[in-house]
Write a protein that binds this ligand. Structure first.
Ligand SMILES: N[C@@H](CCC(=O)N[C@@H](CS)C(=O)NCC(=O)O)C(=O)O
Length: 234
């Protein structure tokens, strides 16, 4: 029997869904990634703050959700999950927002390739190698050429693979949502901002990603502070 609920579901699947819960931190790259997917898929959700770097360590009840001690962890309607890629794929399937991955075989492979590049090379070199070292460990002007080159190499590969206006073609996909939280931290470091400036296509990609409601809604506390100081969008 076709009823109004089914009609609503078809128009906006997120509207009729049970809310999801994400356990993580506003400052965290992978928590933001999962939040971006939830936002873009229109899935109602809440964030329960878990500070993975707290001096007192993670509470045992959180380790039951994520035994490797990383954030985020996820729960939806009694179903528990961790590993951000698994969360993203689940959110896409359960919300019906399959267009968050490209349609074509090669484009899907390209999107997956970009996601894994960011996991395996971008996160370490851009977030830990440049942002954490320069901003959090106060090594401004003291990064080694090696540290800078590692981040530059990833940007160069991305710039070589990327499409227009989004990383894989005409609409936003997981490739963009995977890359944006890492670029957001990179550009908060003076060296990172200068590196991004060497790749105008990536810089202009960031320019239009930065104004998306999902990106605005999930800004890191440090981005919000930086924007406040400059009196504009960070
Ligand atoms: N493979 C994990 C990685 C998550 C991850 O590395 N999260 C970071 C925060 S952005 C973390 O928990 N770091 C704490 C640590 O490594 O001790 C996933 O995809 O969820």
């Amino acid at each position: 029997m076709y009823n109004r609920d089914m009609a609503n579901k078809r128009k906006d699947p997120g509207k009729t869904m049970e809310p999801a819960t994400l356990y993580g931190a506003e400052y965290s790259v992978y928590t933001r990634l999962a939040r971006l997917v939830l936002e873009e898929a229109g899935v109602p959700h809440g964030l329960v703050e878990v500070d993975v770097f707290s001096d007192s360590g993670l509470p045992p009840e959180y380790l039951a959700k994520q035994p490797f001690g990383k954030i985020p962890a996820f729960e939806h309607d009694g179903f528990h999950l961790f590993e951000t890629d698994a969360i993203a794929q689940y959110v896409i399937d359960v919300s019906g927002r399959r267009n968050l991955m490209p349609d074509g075989i090669r484009d899907r492979a390209r999107a997956t390739q970009i996601m894994r590049i960011m996991d395996n090379h971008g996160y370490r070199s851009m977030v830990w190698g440049v942002f954490v070292e320069e901003v959090e460990r106060d090594r401004r002007g003291l990064l080694t050429m090696d540290e800078i080159d590692r981040a530059r190499d990833v940007l160069a590969v991305l710039a070589g693979l990327m499409g227009q206006p989004f990383l894989v073609g005409e609409r936003v996909t997981l490739a963009d949502l995977w890359t944006a939280p890492m670029i957001a931290y990179l550009r908060l470091a003076p060296t990172g901002a200068a590196l991004l400036g060497e790749f105008p296509a990536l810089e202009s990609w960031w320019g239009h990603m930065a104004t998306r409601p999902s990106i605005m809604a999930t800004r890191y506390p440090m981005e919000i502070n930086a924007a406040g100081k400059k009196g504009g969008a960070a």
